[in-house]
Design a protein around this ligand. Structure first.
Ligand SMILES: CC(C)(COP(=O)(O)OP(=O)(O)OC[C@H]1O[C@@H](n2cnc3c(N)ncnc32)[C@H](O)[C@@H]1OP(=O)(O)O)[C@@H](O)C(=O)NCCC(=O)NCCS
Length: 260
């Protein structure tokens, strides 16, 4: 089971500022395990752990590639969570939040979030705090011209973000747009509200070189909780972000394929 760890060692000698030292020693770092799934792998033996509704959903997908990806990520999710919870993958049950966020039915405070794009799947797991994760493929079919990027920026960015976006060098704007999208989706997935939350109710940095964090929240985005974010180091061609409740989170990248 993963756990919340303490940031920084407790001071061994008296500090000039005991209050500051003890605050820093107690700052909890949320360790979020981010499991990467290679969705190109064979489904052999994997569909056996799915429940009937999942198998039925797979059957309705219209291409073999979509069916394979679905079976691998749903089976992987069951194996991964079952590993933390000590439950056989086929015995796991899931409930859905009001906006569709799935969670394993368990007495443990374990939280998860999932995302997938093309052949990459991710499952983020945290011992005791809500998490949200999102990944995007950088070769998404969007050109670098402002005619193509600006309408997307208009839909997904707040006015502050759009102004920062327009100030970026043209060569950076496509990566910036997709990175920003993962930052914003990770937030709405952490909150569990999905796209029912207007994306212009909060701001994140749009420059991919700036570490992700929540800069401002307005209206429904103000849930009274602290949220922290971390960029993900992913296979070439993908960008991603994870967010967790709390003041500091650290992503620990793991590969599910090698842990079977
Ligand atoms: C959640 C959402 C933002 C993700 O969309 P996406 O980028 O197309 O897909 P991703 O692969 O990144 O994420 C999909 C996963 O998000 C998770 N998810 C679904 N709804 C979620 C929610 N409300 N909060 C957090 N996670 C959610 C699921 O695990 C889903 O994978 P699964 O179907 O295999 O279980 C989007 O589908 C959504 O908002 N859904 C909720 C419906 C909704 O609010 N609609 C309002 C439209 S105005």
């Amino acid at each position: 089971m993963i756990s919340t760890i303490e940031a920084g060692a407790a001071p061994t000698t008296p500090s000039a500022s005991p209050k500051a030292a003890s605050a820093s020693a107690r700052t909890p770092v949320r360790v979020v395990d981010v499991w990467l799934l290679d969705l190109q792998q064979s489904t052999a033996g994997l569909d056996a752990v799915l429940e009937a509704a999942e198998r039925e959903r797979a059957e309705f997908l219209c291409t073999a590639a979509l069916r394979r990806r679905f079976v691998v990520r749903r089976a992987a999710r069951r194996h991964i969570l079952g590993g933390y919870l000590g439950v056989a993958p086929e015995q796991l049950r899931f409930s859905q939040g009001p906006n569709g966020k799935p969670q394993p039915v368990t007495h443990e405070p374990l939280q998860m979030s999932c995302s997938h794009r093309e052949e990459l799947g991710v499952v983020a797991v945290c011992a005791d705090a809500a998490v949200g994760v999102d990944v995007e493929a950088l070769h998404l079919n969007v050109g670098p011209s402002s005619e193509e990027l600006d309408p997307l920026a208009q839909v997904m960015m707040s006015p502050v973000e759009r102004a920062d976006f327009r100030a970026l060098p043209a060569a950076l704007r496509r990566t910036a747009l997709l990175t920003t999208w993962t930052r914003k989706e990770a937030v709405v997935k952490g909150l569990g509200v999905g796209l029912s939350l207007p994306l212009d109710t909060f701001d994140v940095p749009v420059d991919p070189g700036t570490p992700p964090r929540l800069l401002a929240r307005r209206g429904a985005a103000r849930d009274g909780q602290q949220w922290s974010m971390s960029g993900l180091t992913l296979p070439s061609g993908y960008v991603g972000t994870v967010t967790a409740q709390g003041s500091d989170c650290r992503a620990r990248i793991r590969s599910w394929e090698t842990h079977r």
